[in-house]
Write a new protein. Sequence first.
Length: 97
Amino acid sequence: MSVRAEEAFKKQVSNINVFPNPVTAGTINIGFENKSAGLYRLSIISSTGQIIYNEKVSVQSSFFNKTISIPALHSGIYRVVTEDPKGQRKVTNLVVK
């Protein structure tokens, strides 16, 4: 990657999106936008603190989507926790209908 392209990449907004929200069919998408390549930890935690889902995901491109299917997920509010390779966490509330 050229220096100019690398500078432009760094100026782009990076984010992790959880969709759809609310979830109605047991399928959750986690979209990585302009994130650095590497190993990310994904967890879904219930309102009582129970870990429902936990996985390490290898992100290889600046736009990456991970689809998680949990058909038996009960209605309620959950937290989706993503942790990047540097240990920085992002917590997103997730509503399941």
